[in-house]
Structures are given as C-alpha cells and as structure tokens.
Design a protein around this ligand. Sequence first.
Ligand SMILES: *[C@@H]1O[C@H](CO)[C@@H](O)[C@H](O)[C@H]1NC(C)=O
Ligand SMILES: *[C@@H]1O[C@H](CO)[C@@H](O)[C@H](O)[C@H]1NC(C)=O
Ligand SMILES: *[C@@H]1O[C@H](CO)[C@@H](O)[C@H](O)[C@H]1NC(C)=O
Ligand SMILES: *[C@@H]1O[C@H](CO)[C@@H](O)[C@H](O)[C@H]1NC(C)=O
Length: 577
Amino acid sequence: MKRIAIPFRRLLPLLLALAIVTFVIVGLLYTNLIDEYSEYIPFGRSVQASSSTSSETALTDEQIRLSVIQQYEFNKKIVASGSPLNAFATCDNPLHTNESAVVLVSQNGPEGTLARIEFTWFGFNTPARYNPNVLPYPPGGVAPYFGLARQTVELGEKKHHELVYCDMEWGLSKGIGRRILTCKGGLRTLEVPEWRSPRGTCVWLPYLEDTNGPSDPRVFFSPKGEPLMIVGTNGITNCLSQYIIDLRMMIPDLGKKMKVEHVPVRFKQLTELPRDHYGEVEKNWFLLYDEKDIDYVQHDIENRSISAVPTVDTITSAHAVNFVQGETVPPCISSLKKEYKEKDDQIRNDIHQGTNTLRVTLCEFPCIPTIHNTVLIEMFHIKYHSYLEVFYRRYVMLMNVTAPFEVIGRTNNLIYAGSDEKMMIYTVSMAWDHTNFRRHEPWSEGKYGGRAIWNAIEDQEAEEYENSINDFNGDAVASRRRDEPDKSDSSTSALVDKAEQDSSAPVSTEEEAAARYPFLENVALRQNSTYTNPLVNEYYHGWIDDTIILNIGINDLESGIVHVKASDLLECVTVCK
Ligand SMILES: *[C@@H]1O[C@H](CO)[C@@H](O)[C@H](O)[C@H]1NC(C)=O
Ligand SMILES: *[C@@H]1O[C@H](CO)[C@@H](O)[C@H](O)[C@H]1NC(C)=O
Ligand SMILES: *[C@@H]1O[C@H](CO)[C@@H](O)[C@H](O)[C@H]1NC(C)=O
Ligand SMILES: *[C@@H]1O[C@H](CO)[C@@H](O)[C@H](O)[C@H]1NC(C)=O
C-alpha cells in the first residue's frame, strides 16, 4: 500500500499543474469560440435599437392622432360585437384546417430550429438537467439570460430532485456548431428547504412521502417585476403540494442583476399556494394576474378551479375560496381529448396544465391595450399515455384578461421546428424577451394615449349608454365616472352631445374631429398624465409583435429554448363559443 502511495503523492503536484494548464487552454479555446460567435448578432436586438427614443420609429403627432381615432372606432365595434376575439383571430395560412399543426420557427438561431440549453460548465457525466426556465436580464445586464433547471439524482432506488441555476449566454455546440444557450460561469444549486409529507398521505405512491426535493419549477415575472418561482415538493397536509417563493430570497444578487431591488418582496419563504381542498398530488399550478394585477392561482383546467392568492407569505393551507367552482372547460378544449375503446388503464389521455401565463395585447405596438384587445395566454398539454410511452401535444389557451378569466380561444397543436414526434417535449414556462428581441421603444402614456384615452373612451361609452337609457326613460341623470370627480366634465359632455348628432358621418375638419373625439384634444390630460395604463408593464405584458421565450424539457433529460413572435404563436386561433 505504502509503496504505491508515495510515488503517487510525489506525482500529485505535477498532475495538478497539468490539469490546471489543460483547463486554462481548453477554457481559452472555448471562450474564443464564444467571443467569435457573439459578434454574429442577426438575432435579438441590435445594439443601437436598445436606446429608448429612436427617431426613425417614432410616430408624428398626426400619425398618433389618426391611430387613436382608428382605435377608438375599432374599440367601439369590438365591444358591440360581444366576442372581441373574433376581431383579432387571424389565419394567413391558406392550408390551415381545424386539424393542422402550426409549426413554430424559432427566431433565436439562423436555422430556425429548437436550440439546446446546456446546463453545464465544463461538466462531464452530469445528471439530466431539464424543465428549464430562462428569463432575460434587463438591457446592459451581466449576461443576456438567467437560467434555472431541474436535475434528478438517483439515490439507489429513489430519485431526488434539485434545482440548479446560472447566468447564460449564446455559444456553439461542439463539432456541429449549432447555436446553443450555455452557462456563463459556474452552475449553482438552489438551497430549498425539504421535509417529509404527513404519514399516510401518499396512498398512490407511498415512497413519495419521503423528502423528494423540489421539482417542476416555474420561474416567471409578476407584473411588478418580482422574479417568482412556483415549485412542487412534499405537502404539509397532503402528499405533494405547490409552493411559491420570491427567488430574490434564495439568490441574493438576483434583485440587483434583474434591476428589481426596489420592488418589495412579498413571498419571503416557501409558501404553500391556496386551494379549497388539496388533492393527494398537486402539480403544474400557475398564477394569473387580472387587470388590477391581483394574483390568482389556477389549479385545474378541465374542472376549472381558481382561487385568489393572499398577498402575504403567511398563506395557511386550505379553505381558500374557489371562484370558478364546477365550471368545466369549454368544448373547444375538452374535445381535444380522444375516446379510447380499449379499457386498459394504461392507454388514456389527459389535459395537463403547462406553463405560467403572460398578458398579450392582440394588436401591434403602439395600439392602446384595453380589456377588449388584451388576453392572458397559457400553454397546456394533452398527455397521451400508452404503456410506458408518454407523449404530449401542446396548445395555447386564451383567456379573458379580467377575472374569472373566461376561456375564449385556443390554438391548434404547436410543433417546434427541429423537434420530432419521438421526442417527449414538455413546455414548462414562458417569458417575454423584451431585452433581446423588442423592436420598438417602451410604452409612453403621454405620447400614445394610454390610460387617459382609455378612460375617455370608457367615459364616452358610459355616456352613450346612459344617454340611450335616458332616451328610453325620458330621464336626465348626469353621468360621471365614479372614481373620478372630473374638472372638464361639462365641456366634455357638451362636445359629446354635439358629436352624437352626426356620429355616422366621416370627419372632415379639425373642429369635427375635436367634437367627435374630445379626448384627442385633452392635451393637458395626456401630457401631464399621472395615469398609467394598468395593463402595461415590462414584465408580464407585451404586444403581438413582441417575442416570447418558450422553455422546453426534452425526454425528461435535456433542455431546449425557442423564441417566437406572439403573432406566430397565436396564428389561426379557434374562438371558443
Ligand atoms: C374539423 O372539422 C370537421 C368538419 O367540420 C369535423 O368533422 C371534425 O370533427 C373537426 N375536427 C376537430 C378536431 O375539431
Ligand atoms: C370538480 O371539482 C369539484 C370540487 O371542486 C368536485 O366536486 C367535482 O366532482 C369535480 N368534477 C369532476 C368532473 O372532476
Ligand atoms: C373580457 O371580459 C370583459 C367583461 O366581460 C369584456 O368587456 C371584454 O370585452 C372581454 N375581452 C375579450 C378579449 O373577450
Ligand atoms: C404640464 O407640466 C409642465 C411641467 O410641470 C408644465 O410646465 C406645463 O405647464 C403643464 N401643462 C399643462 C397643460 O398643464
């Protein structure tokens, strides 16, 4: 023993030195590759476009005026039609049928195919890392992206789940040279508290009672910019449950890197999300934000179940009100399920929740977001089980942007270019990539109208409605917004009265336009507006011409990422009646 040990000990410094030299050389080569590649930026935002006021894209006052008039007229039409989504559902593909798949071509690489994510850093024999969550850092950040994934470690018979994260940048795959997203710097493990489920709660799979570790993370921004994570782990009163935490509590420099240090932290610890009754195993819940940015959690799609989320991290389990109790998902979605003749329990299909939600305005910037042209989207899956084979088809569900988030549409089956039907593809989360892909300047209330004009539109609608009732009743009730004792009320009403006399004729003079569209002239209100359009923010909201990141788990082993325009994702939508 000793004879072997002594020479080895002498060799050790030499081996170490050799290892360090190799490491440095490989590192340099690798860095060179990435540096070379990062000069190639046909994808994502070009450098100068990131400045907030580019004169080329800025509209003139006259163009904005015209656009606001058009939007106002269009808005009136879609409200009157009762089914606003009909007005926005577009399908440019002449070959589209109710059964065709929509192939999504990614914007993030020259080939348009699904890009792999490599959650390693000079790693060999690393465990499987999948179900990724990639969020953009803000412009001028340390890296383009923050990435977090699940890894599963086999401990004998048992599996233990962990979460790993790193800063990410574009690189090249070895040999083939395809664009991939890779860890920049070290990969770290997230320290997540663990415990056992109460004895006897895991009837279906008793081994789940033991500490499983965190699984299926969904990392997303709230409208305020909180980087939140929903994650599953052992239950407090059931077998497996769903929890929420602000990731800034677990990654100390994340707030600074995301430039959201000023945003108060609400979920300071792993906090169980509320439900009226907990099932044995709860999975895949997602949050929805209404037009006032209030948080709700959806537990189930098929037998729709949604509860409001208390705003503090002292959520005590159970007995949360379920406010869509007993509502089943409309046939446009339930009909996607197949009836199987086989009585075999192993052959079946289910509707599974997938990603978090995003808020999308269904027209191009700078169209003014309203509750009639803006929706919430979420990607769900039909999961097919056939003996040991699992397969998913994926669809986007469109919901009304106000509670109770009525289901109003869905896409057809979505397929990522570069994937094939033998891959088990699970889309775990999505995020807006305004940092790297947005082609327009940020929203400006004063410039584009925003809340001030939205209010004016609503005022006018309310007034017209009230007038129609008054005409009917012969009554004369003054109309006024309840929340706003307005200064310019009398003059506005006079103008509206005048406008109504000839509301069908096209406007030909400045005066006529001013009379029919009084909000246009309300310059003081526009330019000195302290209003903000409640639907607009940099984190949860985007327009149809903005780009969405889709984060993809592959075969429960690997990770992938696709970037698509919201308009590509939402093409050929089926409107749910
Ligand atoms: C598609 O439309 C055809 C004809 O209307 C109908 O027979 C078929 O069931 C529809 N398929 C689906 C998946 O809705
Ligand atoms: C739907 O959920 C309710 C409880 O929230 C339950 O009573 C009912 O049986 C469920 N229906 C189906 C079809 O699962
Ligand atoms: C959402 O619901 C509100 C309230 O019912 C309605 O006014 C609005 O038009 C709906 N929006 C869409 C896009 O359907
Ligand atoms: C808007 O605010 C600016 C700066 O506070 C002020 O100079 C200007 O007079 C205001 N305009 C109106 C129309 O009130």
